[in-house]
Design a binder for this molecule. Sequence first.
Ligand code: NAG
Length: 553
Amino acid sequence: MACWVFLSVVLSSCFLGAASRATLGVVNTEGGRVEGTFKRDGLFASVDIFKGIPFAAPPKRFEKAEPHPGWPDVLKTKKFKPRCFQTTLAQNDVFGSEDCLYLNIWIPQGRTVSTNLPVMIWIFGGGFLAGAGHGANFLNNYLYDGLEIASRGNVIVVTFNYRVGPLGFLSTGDANAPGNYGLWDQHMAISWVKRNIAAFGGDPNKITIFGESAGGASVSLQTLSPYNKGLIKRAISQSGVATCTWAVQRNPMHWAQKLAAKVGCPKDDPAAMMACLKITDPKAVTLAIPLKLVNLEVPLVFYLIWAPVIDGDFIPDEPKKLYHNAAGVDYIAGVNNMDGHLFAGLDVPSINQAGLGKTYPEDLYHLIQGLTMNTRGQGTNITYAQYTKDWPSTPSQKTIKRTVVELETDVLFLVPTQLALDLHYQHAQGAQTFSYVFSYPSRAPIFPNWLGADHAEDLQYVFGKPFATPLGYRPRDRDVSRHIIAYWTNFAHTGDPSRGESKVPTPWIQYTSTYTQYLDINKDIDVNSVKQRLRYDSVSFWNQTYAALEATL
Ligand SMILES: *[C@@H]1O[C@H](CO)[C@@H](O)[C@H](O)[C@H]1NC(C)=O
């Protein structure tokens, strides 16, 4: 393998010698040779791009993926492969393919071919229901294009597909269908990178996984699984961790049976049920239980039913009891300051309405009832008191609406992230912990005008869109993007976001349980951006007072 890579590098360098630009050409992988493309990046640099390399065989339905048998000729890897089977946005049709386990690689090159670069593997989000390694696109502009991160941070970027929805996560909670197929796919991609990335100029001992939302929770779960021991050096969870309630489905059999009934499969005998589901049209399986988005009976988060499970194998126990497995993994975790807005707007639509669209204290109370269902009503009143204790006697519309958004942000993202940071810090051995909040306000010209950073707003900056599509952005947006990419890729290089090849506006002080330092990321970052005690009162309420109440039930 090494000889072939050496040869191809020499040949390519000769052919392109006139342009002083190195490129890998054909690369030998464990499955066979692959040929990508390259894109110029300034006068003396370029980025090699491989799209659609198989990292596993086409998976069998409701089974773990198997290694790919390989291919005889040079595989042209120049186009993204279809995403894994999933519903369209309208949820009346499906798209993608069951044959979907492919990854994409971006490698920055200078005058000579790169070697030993850190590797950043992206895990996409989408509620474990939707999404793809390449992300949403407008024409040829893909959200998760790795080019900007690779060239600005001098790192290799990898993106990949994993199975989602029932095909990725349906489980009977026993050996008939243990579940977590999507997580196993992610693990297959990570281990493929570990075994093969040296041939692309990567350092297999410097792998950082990063992801957002369900991808952030996946990142967290991958670091907690014993199967990734020695594979992952560092990890970044954006707006999602393993300790989020929505990251784990605790009653998978209930939903497996519900789906079986919808598609006409037996539901009382799990073996017969799975035998039937395996031969049922995957389109029917995928469409069987649409995600409810209007007239919700309970908060939206409870409709995210296809999620990882505690299978006693890949996830051997409650996530909070698995942090010893992440002891050696450097970790960044954080949230957007209004991550909950997207969910709040579906649960309490009036928060997004100006004028007559009023939100009442009763709406907040009702939402709290839904979010505290696990205490069967016992936790509702103390939570309502907690969230209204600073209200004036007649709260303004802005106060009520903001409280709804803060509540959802706390419950779904912020509070579990603080717990994950603390657990990581407490168990770390020779690894560091870093916390952030992303507070750069949404650019969307919509009501409410006090909106901060909504869910997924960070993605465009992480992937350098203000540089890739400069006309759509302002200079200060480019500052935000430059700073995030610098922190993220420095972290991939050194384990410390402030140390590395890229200049950062201020040192990001590591998190400790005592001082709970975090970096507030927006357009103006300076020494004052390192703060402490992020929403500490709410965090203490949920992680101590409320958790103590749960423990008594
Ligand atoms: C919660 O508060 C409501 C309204 O003040 C009251 O009617 C109800 O009895 C309280 N419930 C509990 C369990 O304390």
